[in-house]
Design a binder for this molecule. Structure first.
Ligand SMILES: NC(=O)c1ccc[n+]([C@@H]2O[C@H](COP(=O)([O-])OP(=O)(O)OC[C@H]3O[C@@H](n4cnc5c(N)ncnc54)[C@H](O)[C@@H]3O)[C@@H](O)[C@H]2O)c1
Ligand SMILES: [Zn+2]
Ligand SMILES: [Zn+2]
Length: 349
């Protein structure tokens, strides 16, 4: 098979690799589409030291089942079916895994991140059967690659306890912020505003039906007050810097929940008394429990409005190195670039 192999900072290329064979409990997929995530990009530039030479990245994916190993059938996992893959692999033995919270498993591995797992920027990929989530026929197949980032936003929004009566501020209008806003709407919130400095991204978020704020044009707290009629009762920070957490504190109500899903900085400086004396909570959110991934897959399969806007560009494997280089040079797309290992035609619809 052909795979996109990471060689080192800013160096990635297509190579021939042996076709993987499914062992017991494994499913072999022919990959249709894999989204390029910000973390892939940080791996590519070397900024994020979690990617290693020789590695095949890719964790936002959809494909067709080719073969099913021993003990891997069930839940519709049959050759020919379309499926997405939950990249978070728990040990399957600890209390967190038993509760379906694989993201809290101390021995968790993540497809696309762990160096020994050959992942989804390739023609073929193996996945543990329990991570393979079959999708119904008939939906645009490429949307299966959106389930992963949309699940990140769904978990963040659920972690913040977002409910219909909340006024919600989403900070950052990238794919994760977009996912948070869509999830807030899915949980019934009608008052949602997204803060994003990039014009193309604000336009996209508006196409999704959300109000936007440009944080560079004035005080964010005032702008949120104007947009929502009151301070935010829930904030989803999809940037994650001292500046955005500061904005979240200033623009939110007493008792507000602030979810830190963005990972823009390793360390934060924040106004501690704005947390204590206003009884605000800061809640961490990482990936998703398997149940929320499956719920998001079902939601995507129901063809909710707006998803068609979430893919900006489609490239084949041979054009993927150039797409990585463009993205690394700061070419900010409104939403996702998706790699089609079998070529971009014939997907979708
Ligand atoms: N916790 C998790 O499980 C998880 C999963 C995936 C990604 N992430 C993190 O989420 C963050 C967002 O991911 P993404 O793919 O959307 O990234 P992205 O870089 O594509 O988008 C971030 C957006 O934030 C905007 N921004 C920058 N400064 C801002 C400010 N002060 N106010 C408002 N907006 C601002 C940028 O213009 C950009 O559009 C990243 O830090 C990523 O590492 C976390
Ligand atoms: Zn991702
Ligand atoms: Zn475990």
């Amino acid at each position: 098979m052909r795979a996109l192999v990471y060689h080192g900072p800013n160096d990635i290329g297509v190579e021939e690799r042996p076709d993987p064979q499914p062992g017991p409990g494994e499913v072999l997929l022919r990959i249709t589409a894999t989204g390029i995530c910000g973390s892939d990009l940080h791996g590519y530039t070397g900024e994020n030291k979690r990617r290693h030479p020789g590695q095949v990245m890719g964790h936002e994916t959809v494909g067709r089942i080719v073969a099913v190993g021993a003990d891997a059938a069930g839940d519709g996992r049959e050759p020919g079916r379309v499926a997405t893959v939950n990249p978070v692999i728990g040990c399957g033995e600890c209390a967190q895994c038993a509760a379906g919270s694989e993201q809290l498993c101390p021995r968790r591995k993540v497809i696309g991140v762990d160096r020994e797992i050959e992942s989804a920027f390739a023609e073929l990929m193996l996945a543990p059967a329990r991570n393979v989530v079959v999708l119904p026929d008939g939906m645009p197949e490429e949307w299966g690659s959106l389930v992963e980032p949309l699940s990140v936003g769904y978990h963040a929004t659920r972690s913040g306890g977002v409910a219909p009566d909340d006024t919600v501020l989403v900070i950052g209008g990238g794919p994760i912020g977009q996912a948070c806003a869509l999830a807030a709407r899915r949980l019934g919130a009608e008052q949602v505003v997204v803060s994003e400095p990039g014009t193309a991204r604000r336009r996209l978020v508006e196409k999704l039906g959300f109000a936007t704020i440009d944080p560079t044009t004035g005080d964010l707290a005032d702008q949120v007050q104007d947009a929502l009629g009151r301070p935010a009762t829930a904030v989803l920070d999809a940037v994650g810097t001292s500046r955005t957490v500061g904005d979240a504190l200033r623009a939110s109500s007493l008792g507000a929940r602030i979810v830190l899903v963005g990972m823009g900085s390793r360390e934060l400086t924040l106004a501690a008394f704005d947390v204590t004396t206003f009884e605000r909570s800061i809640i961490g959110s990482f990936t998703y429990p398997s149940r929320e991934f499956r719920e998001t897959a079902e939601w995507v399969a129901s063809r909710p409005e707006g998803l068609a806007h979430l893919i900006d560009d489609r490239v084949g494997l041979d054009d993927a190195p150039e797409a990585f280089a463009r993205l690394a040079s700061g070419d900010l797309h409104a939403s996702k670039i998706v790699v089609f290992p079998q070529g971009p035609r014939g997907a979708g619809g």
